[in-house]
Design a binder for this molecule. Structure first.
Ligand SMILES: C[S@@+](CC[C@H](N)C(=O)[O-])C[C@H]1O[C@@H](n2cnc3c(N)ncnc32)[C@H](O)[C@@H]1O
Length: 273
């Protein structure tokens, strides 16, 4: 007879303790309504580790940095897609490309600051190259090592790539054959232009460089105002004079102190020096 699988119950105290840890380490706010999300995402992990309670799991996550990453990975929403909120890529190829190109002979430096599984940084690169950008270096970061592994591999399901213009497919992707049928891999020439790095926005103080543009979209929506302020100030310090910041259209900088000028919905520019 097989042993019955026990489903651990998440107490209110455990829920609050998990929410506190997640907030302190990532800035993500988990409201009480997130009980189902937490249980559905962590239950499997507890079973896998043979732990009977969430309290035991919490202790493990607090003392083991690798488990903390797994915990944050399972809580964070990684949803993204190619050419998401496409208006920003038009601004990138008109305003951003023109200003910076004029300044430094075509060499652009960008940061995609919560890049998830990579569709956003690859969209940035394809857009810039299509617009004739002469040179670009892109840093793409996320706190999720799991998402970054997908981003680095650059392998995507073709049926999830419907937003990629048809003409870009043979140019920037290699179609999988045989066991890889239905998949496409980003061409090495495009992958070479991006450096993927694990970075937690809460832990970045200085990257030692400034960027012509920063994309930080669909992540601040999970933060409260205090964390948003901290992150926006940090991003602003990383913008070169005249540099651009893109946030998501569902996000806003209302109530945040900053010195940026609004140039379009969810698009901002640091004043030139
Ligand atoms: C919904 S995805 C957004 C992806 C992409 N920027 C877009 O707009 O499609 C949010 C990403 O933010 C990341 N994230 C959440 N909190 C973070 C933090 N404190 N530091 C860095 N990345 C974080 C998550 O791991 C996730 O990959």
């Amino acid at each position: 007879m097989s042993t019955p699988v026990m489903t651990p119950r998440l107490s209110d105290t455990e829920l609050r303790a998990i929410a506190k840890l997640v907030y302190e380490k990532s800035g993500i706010v988990l409201h009480d309504g997130k009980r189902e999300l937490i249980t559905s995402r962590l239950q499997k992990r507890l079973r896998h580790l043979g732990l009977a309670t969430y309290a035991e799991y919490l202790k493990l996550a607090e003392r083991d940095p690798a488990e903390l990453v797994t915990l944050l990975d399972s809580i964070a929403t990684n949803h993204t897609h190619f050419f998401r909120e496409a208006r920003h890529f038009e601004i990138l190829t008109s305003r951003v490309l023109q200003t910076a190109a004029a300044r430094r002979g075509g060499e652009l430096r960008g940061w995609c600051a919560a890049c998830s599984t990579g569709e956003e940084p690859y969209t940035i690169l394809m857009s810039l190259l299509e617009a004739g950008c002469g040179g670009v270096r892109l840093l793409a970061s996320d706190m999720s090592t799991k998402a970054l592994a997908t981003a680095k591999s650059g392998v995507y399901r073709l049926d999830k790539m419907t937003d990629v213009p048809k003409a870009y497919l043979p140019k920037y992707f290699e179609k999988g054959l045989g066991a890889q049928a239905g998949l496409a891999r980003v061409q090495p020439s495009l992958r070479r232009l991006v450096e993927f790095r694990a970075l937690n926005l809460l832990e970045v103080t200085s990257l030692g460089q400034q960027f012509d543009f920063i994309f930080c979209r669909n992540v601040m929506i999970y933060f409260d105002k205090a964390v948003q302020q901290r992150v926006v100030s940090m991003l602003e310090r990383h913008l070169a004079p005249g540099g651009y910041l893109f946030i998501a259209h569902s996000e806003s900088l209302n109530g945040i102190t900053h010195g940026l000028a609004t140039i379009a919905p969810a698009a901002f520019q640091r004043r030139a020096a």
